[in-house]
Design a protein. Structure first.
Lengths: 350, 341
């Protein structure tokens, strides 16, 4: 029993389930899933579909945070990737052809990968603080995206491109499969190889892991490359969803939500141990909360107040001060219990 | 003859040593001087490029007027960064306090209530962040992120659309122009400059200011020295919130309205200005006057871009590039001083 309580995923899972239950009581149609034309519809399916960009970004962020870093540039990378993809599709003669879309997506993700290489170079080689190294691209990236689109919101009408965000395969949305694929690949690479352990070693103590022969430079660098690439894919899903490249709005504040998802999932911001499953749950909590706030009729502009309260509650509960007080309280409870047990035993003996 | 030559040599040697030891002792000043040099270069370049139309009293006066709010934000941010922290909330707090003030005035409350409410509102959010950082061991980044969300959401709770300000006392802050020749300064500009002066006084000539630098240098050493680390760390976030409130007042006066979408991303501009002004993000080194130079570098680039009629997207790219340049320079300085040790 205590094993379940001690599990790092216990509180995130409880929060998610609470949210789902509260929603279901408030509006029974929340849990309903209907099928039309071989496709599943419903609030839960929407949550899975809409969470895809945040899911990708948050997975990359988890690895970066595990190395004691942070990547603020993910939103800007999303904007750049969307701008590149749409500009290529818009400029081609045949925006509807599968080939054009494939080329556009590949080029956009490669550009995002290069931006990740740049971030990693600043952090791993030049040893600049991650917050500030990625702040450079966060500031400049949106400017670059605006230059690529020429200051306009490029829109396209391309069926293969829209398919990425709004298409369905085997009952479920394509975007959902993309995030499942990302989760699967990340877990395989991080947990079935030594990479995950090495990443944690670098995050727990960079100096000790260097002395132990871990090539921390390459590991840190690759974390930023992964984060950039995943942000690039997220940018494509976002652009495909609105069928446009909006350099100002694409991925705005997503870095903050991604960091929040990672923290909600139980990964500490001070680096080291990380949990991809926790991040997945964190993302679902955020998306469900978002859907709840929307349902409550709160204007979406006011929703940050709720997220602020969630952040404060989570960090306060995680803090050593509160944890210390809690464990002291439980310790005194068990002590009181053993005391009475002893007394009972003594009485029996007498 | 030989004696004089030897003496010459020794004086030369001692002179180079003097220069070196000056550089060594004042290494922290170097980035600020570099920022000043860049500012002068920008002025000279723009003057040459625009054939003498740039350095006019009107433009220089407008530079202070247009960036008064950013200057106040940068002053508060300098305190936080000097302790090794960061405050992401300032842009949102500025929007929240601005719209709060506009709403209170529109509801018919007098200025003597609205203005203190604006400034106290900012300080209160700063206090929340400071308490989270100090007493709950939350990283400054996350604590101020919560502040960002809170203030931005509250701004929209106060009002979803902009509220016009018609109170003459607030508009007076902006419309009054104290002119000397063709130079002018508005009360908002005076407030901003006063903020810099007060901050410089507090940081360099008070016990509190020394404690701020000591915490940035090494928090545990500061604690072992018996300095009041806890109170000072909470106080810097309160100061930053206070400055954000003041910036909200200035921005409301400047734009004549409160708008909940104001200041999205302004916290990054403020951080960039502080870093360009030579304050180390690791804390313990930097000057509030440097942050003022940083704000003027930022403002000058903005003016030049609008003069050239280039797209504003270049602004973000240039500020990003400048930021990169400065952090690489800072990195080199830190590496050198560590090597000397």
């Amino acid at each position: 029993m205590t094993g379940i309580f001690k599990n790092r995923l216990f509180w995130p899972v409880v929060s998610l389930l609470t949210l789902v239950v509260v929603n279901t009581i408030a509006r029974p149609q929340f849990i309903e899933i209907t099928m039309r034309d071989g496709r599943l519809y419903g609030a839960l399916i929407d949550i899975l579909r809409n969470s895809a960009p945040l899911m990708l970004v948050a997975l990359g962020m988890t690895i970066v945070i595990a190395t004691r870093g942070i990547d603020l540039s993910v939103g800007a990378v999303m904007a750049v990737s969307g701008a590149v993809a749409l500009t290529i599709i818009d400029g081609s003669g045949n925006p509807g052809s599968l080939g054009t879309v494939a080329v556009a997506v590949v080029v956009a993700v490669l550009v995002a990968l290069v931006l990740g290489v740049w971030n990693g170079f600043l952090v791993a080689v030049l040893k600049i603080q991650p917050i500030i190294a990625t702040l450079v691209l966060m500031l400049a990236g949106r400017g670059v995206a605006l230059l690529i689109t020429g200051g306009f919101i490029t829109t396209v009408n391309s069926d293969p491109f829209s398919f990425i965000a709004s298409g369905y395969v085997l009952l479920l949305p394509v975007a959902f499969f993309i995030s499942v694929a990302a989760i699967a690949v990340m877990s395989l690479v991080e947990r079935r190889t030594a990479l995950g352990v090495l990443t944690e070693a670098v995050g727990i103590n960079p100096e000790a892991s260097r002395l132990a022969g871990v090539r921390s430079r390459g590991i840190i660098w690759s974390a930023y490359i992964v984060s950039g690439t995943l942000a690039g894919v997220a940018g494509i899903i976002y652009a495909s969803n609105i069928k446009a490249a909006d350099a100002n709005a694409a991925g705005l504040f997503i870095e903050l939500y991604a960091i929040l998802a990672v923290v909600l999932g139980g990964t500490s911001l001070s680096g080291g141990k990380f949990s991809l499953a926790g991040t997945v749950i964190g993302v679902l909590i955020i998306q469900t909360l978002d859907s709840t706030i929307l349902f409550l009729g709160v204007p979406s502009a006011q929703s940050p107040v709720f997220f602020a309260i969630v952040v404060v509650v989570v960090v306060v509960v995680q803090s050593s001060r509160v944890r210390g007080a809690l464990s002291r309280a439980s310790a005194s409870l068990t002590r009181a219990k053993t005391d009475t047990d002893d007394r009972e035993k003594a009485e029996v003996a007498r | 003859m030989t004696a004089t030559a030897v003496r010459d040599e020794t004086t030369k040697e001692s002179r180079t040593m003097k220069v070196e030891s000056f550089l060594g002792r004042h290494a922290a000043l170097m980035p600020t001087f570099a920022a000043l040099a860049i500012l002068l270069l920008l002025f000279a370049g723009a003057e040459a490029f625009l054939r003498g139309d740039f350095i006019t009293p009107r433009n220089i006066s407008a530079l202070l007027l247009d960036n008064a709010y950013l200057l106040v934000l940068a002053v508060g941010m300098t305190f936080v960064i000097l302790t090794g922290g960061i405050d992401l909330s300032v842009g949102s707090v500025m929007a929240f306090t601005g719209i709060l003030g506009a709403k209170l005035l529109a509801d018919g409350l007098p200025v003597v209530i609205a203005v203190p409410a604006i400034i106290l509102g900012g300080a209160l959010i700063g206090l929340v962040i400071g308490v989270l950082v100090q007493y709950f061991n939350v990283q400054p980044f996350i604590a101020s992120l919560a502040g960002l969300f809170l203030a931005r959401g509250l701004a929209f709770v106060v009002s979803l659309s902009s509220i016009k300000v018609e109170e003459p006392a607030i508009l007076w802050l902006q419309s009054t122009r104290i002119t000397v020749g063709s130079w002018y300064i508005t009360p908002t500009g005076i407030i901003a400059l006063l903020a810099v002066a007060v901050a410089a006084f507090v940081l360099h000539l008070t016990r509190f200011g020394r404690t701020v630098y000591a915490i940035g240098g090494s928090e545990s050493s500061a604690r072992l020295m018996g300095l009041n680390v806890a109170r000072t760390k909470v106080a810097v976030y309160v100061i930053s919130g206070l400055c954000a409130g003041l910036a909200g007042l200035i921005l409301t006066a400047y734009s004549g309205a409160g708008y909940p979408r104001n200041g999205i991303g302004t916290e990054l501009d403020a951080i960039a200005a502080v870093v360009i002004g030579g304050t180390l993000l690791t804390g313990g080194r930097g000057y509030v006057v440097g942050s003022m130079v940083g704000v003027f570098v930022y403002g000058t680039i903005k003016t030049i871009i609008s003069f050239m009629g280039a797209e504003q997207s270049w602004m973000q790219i240039i500020v990003g590039a400048l930021l990169l340049l400065f952090i690489v320079v800072q990195r080199a300085i830190v590496a050198r001083s560590e090597g000397r040790r």
